[in-house]
Design a binder for this molecule. Structure first.
Ligand code: ADP
Ligand code: ADP
Length: 232
């Protein structure tokens, strides 16, 4: 479902170069939940942002759902990106808009009628367990509820891939559990492929099928979970 081939990413600012990714390749199968772990600065966020080209790789190729994203023009890329949802540590919701409007936002240029959008938004609210919160504003929600709204918004266009950048890092352990359970349920129900950046080992153990360990711009280990945790 996701294939990164020989990806390098060098950031250049004020003549200082940082090689954030050094010739990385990774394959993630359809329906898999893949964890990405490693110390701060290892390149996790850059790697995941290269999957939807939020960061443009310096070299290498990105394929999602058999389409090479790195070869697309901006309009085609905008379309292809609908296939890739993303959620963040700090939720990134629009504070001045209701939950309904936040979730409806990515459906704006979908060609759906107002009624169809309403139906879709309520479907998504039900999926994430927030059917009674359509008219609430983000500031009146708990962290876990905000992340549920963000998940609903990320899924609005029915993507095949969901990218999670430290999505549970701002949440307490109990809320983290409930969000992980939701992600697992969605993975099963929709066959969604999920990539999860985390520094929490329990997140990996809880729901990941496989894990990529990053260090200093390299993937130093890439394996099924069972192999990672049963090594001598
Ligand atoms: P992680 O997610 O593992 O903490 P990142 O992908 O955020 O790692 O960062 C990898 C490296 O790239 C770090 O050295 C970081 O400082 C650098 N980096 C990240 N984003 C930028 C940027 N926009 N400009 C310059 N350097 C960056
Ligand atoms: P805009 O400010 O973009 O014109 P509107 O306030 O007209 O948006 O709302 C856009 C659509 O979303 C309308 O059809 C409205 O009925 C619907 N809508 C907005 N909030 C809710 C809600 N909480 N529950 C159901 N439908 C909603």
């Amino acid at each position: 479902m996701i294939s990164l081939k020989n990806i390098s990413k060098t950031y250049t600012s004020e003549n200082i170069k940082v090689e954030a990714l050094k010739n990385i390749s990774i394959e993630i199968e359809e329906g898999e939940i893949c964890g990405v772990i490693g110390f701060s600065g290892a390149g996790k966020s850059t790697l995941v942002r290269c999957i939807n080209l939020l960061e443009d790789p310096t070299s290498g190729k990105v394929f999602v759902d058999n389409q090479e994203l790195t070869s697309l023009k901006s309009k085609e890329l905008r379309n292809a990106r609908k296939n890739i949802g993303m959620i963040f540590q700090h939720f990134n919701l629009m504070k001045s808009k209701t939950v309904f409007k936040n979730i409806a936002y990515p459906l704006k240029d979908s060609g759906l009628s107002k009624d169809q959008i309403k139906t879709r938004v309520y479907e998504l609210l039900e999926l994430v367990g927030l059917s009674d919160k359509a008219s609430s504003y983000p500031n009146h929600l708990s962290g876990g509820q905000k992340q549920r709204v963000a998940i609903a918004r990320a899924l609005a266009n029915n993507p095949k891939v969901l990218l999670c950048d430290e999505a549970t890092s701002a949440l307490d352990p109990q809320t983290t559990q409930s969000i992980l359970k939701l992600l697992k349920d969605i993975n099963k129900k929709l066959g969604l492929t999920i990539v999860i950046i985390t520094h929490e080992m329990n997140v990996v153990k809880e729901i990941c099928d496989k894990v990529a360990v990053m260090d200093n711009g390299y993937i130093v280990e890439q394996n099924d979970l069972i192999h990672i945790f049963t090594r001598p």
